[in-house]
Ligand binder design. Sequence first.
Ligand code: BGC
Length: 741
Amino acid sequence: MTSKSDLSDLSVEDRAALGSGADFWTTKAIGPVGSVTMTDGPHGVRRQAGATDHLGLAQSLPATCFPPAVGLGQSWDRDLVARVGAALGREARGLGVDVLLGPGINIKRDPRGGRNFEYYSEDPHLTGALGAAWVTGVQGAGVGASLKHFAANNAEYDRMRMSSDVDPRPLREIYLRAFAHIVRTARPWTVMCSYNRINGVHAAQNRWLLTDVLRGEWGFDGVVVSDWGAVADRPASVAAGLDLEMPGGNGASDAQVVAAVAAGTLDVSAVDRAAENVARLAARAEAGRALAEDGDTVDAHHRLAREVAGRCVVLLQNENGVLPLAPGRSLAVIGEFAAEPRYQGGGSSHVNPTRLDIPLDEIRALAGTTPVTYSRGFTTDGTDSGALRAEAVAAARAADVAVLFLGVAAAQESEGFDRDDIELPAGQLDLLTEVAQVRPETVVVLAHGGVVRLAPVARAAAAILDGGLVGQAGGGALADVLFGVVNPSARLAETVPMALADVPAYQNFPGEHSHVRYGEGLFVGYRWYDHRAMTVCFPFGHGLSYTTFAYDGLALDAGEYGIRVRVTVTNTGDRAGREVVQVYSGLPGSAVARPVRELTGFAVTAELEPGASEDVSILLARDDLAYWDTRVDRWVLEPGTYRVWVGASSRDLRVSGEVDVAGDQVRVPITLESTLGEALAEPATAAALAEVFGGMAGGFGGGSALGVDMMRMIASIPLNRLAGFGVDADRLAAALDADAP
Ligand code: BGC
């Protein structure tokens, strides 16, 4: 590994030059430091051969397009995600890539967010667990990951200037939590800082974020790379903790760094730190390249992509057991997406797939001799589709079951812009209504990157399958689920609300004048809907199976480590299947604002045969139970009796119990700024104050006057204001001094 002394022979100019790219995708080879090749990510390797266009969006070499995070997140399966990561790592290595730019782990704050398809969930625990698995898989193959976009990059609008204005608790508890978990447990080689500002300071220039928190608190030892084009002031970024500016410019920012050092406005140690980190990355890449390659992966990875996609498809609704499709029932397949699938998102993550499964062909393959008709039904460009609709309705009437592929077209959602609404196109909904009228056995299959409003679909359709975007083998996987070759086990990683106006960030999205206020605070996603007891269309964690599961034998134990949850899950139906066991916890009567319950653990059972059981043990780690205490600026596990719920979704909680947690004692020093209530809550201070108040008529000990509890009236008075009420200020100060530790 390149050591510090290796770089001491390099000039300041060379050390500065190590901190910016050679071109769009590579770093410079200088002295003992080799070049590193990066590319997108996250659900496939977007390796561009030869010259790249200035945005890097030109056609790339063929690579497996696995389900994007919107689909993969619905698997809720760490092992599966790690296998995808390992496959991506192998492909990246085969294509000469050292660092794959992913995973994207920003929180889906609002369903309109244009890049939500690249992110896993509205929940930080689920995001952190799956993101860590992805990083571990990729890096196990000798290829580095790049955790992105750091941080609070939750919308596309004005993305290079926007300031995400977030209070400390939601910043820590929602938006940084998954980053912290992955940095600590999976040790990514790089972290990519985002375009936006956080509370007014550009991520790329944010010393608090890049140095104090990322390196200081979390122990990050890799390279902080900028998002492509995110650096506005390179010397300021280097000082803040940025190591590598991408892509490469014309050397102008290297010269600015050298000039700043010469002028004494930038400490040379910051340039050295950046150069050493880039050198360490180059050494890691070199070691990774030495791992053996697997050779041709196309067939094996396409098969894996199909298996994975099958685990990403959520069965949202299934009335009268219309799914799985019974053998011999004729099918009317309807909708352009059945013949031209929408399977990945637009922008920098767009992969050139090695092959593509067409759902219609895969359905026909599994249907065997059963008749399958196809009608286009609608156009995705919004042109009149009356004739197409009439043809589709006639086909549905003539068949036993209608399978309707609906969704959002590629042009309607992508990196670079947010959506204005969450509606499916009106023409598609009209088609659904007419089809369902003539064919009650209507199954809807959805394709979309961001959440869509599903209330009208749920009303009309008997069954709904929703994989989000399912990658190049999704066509085969959808057929597998439709016919019951795969028993669905996926779960929503994001709530489907009844209406856009219900969503927590509704009034604070996308922001204005380059500021967006995260006014909903901690109450993101299901945390909001549950807190306000709102009806949702499909809750977070929801997903049906072709079998059923029972939960029993809940046992809870608390200790230094957190809470250990044990439960037995039994397959009570007549098909083999997997269950995603979700654990939520809450602290009723907490002294701070808290969601009713939060996901703090989950596990996926093995595929259980009918009648089979699995004893599931899940640890709710202390870190996941803690909240960010703004009085002391650290994580605190509040003592108390925690409630723990275990179930099949955030609104399908099967068993629950309570457990006492000793927690952390936080002693905030009592000063003259403290309120009377705060002072009296500390036994030692209360005793000292009792003497001061003892001499006063009536004291402050309570009693009632004017029909109200006196203590409730006066508890919020700061001690230093009591002088105005006749308390001897000197005696008060002396009492506090006597109590000081
Ligand atoms: C995106 C990143 C991507 C980079 C390189 C940026 O515009 O925000 O996610 O990795 O481009 O393509």
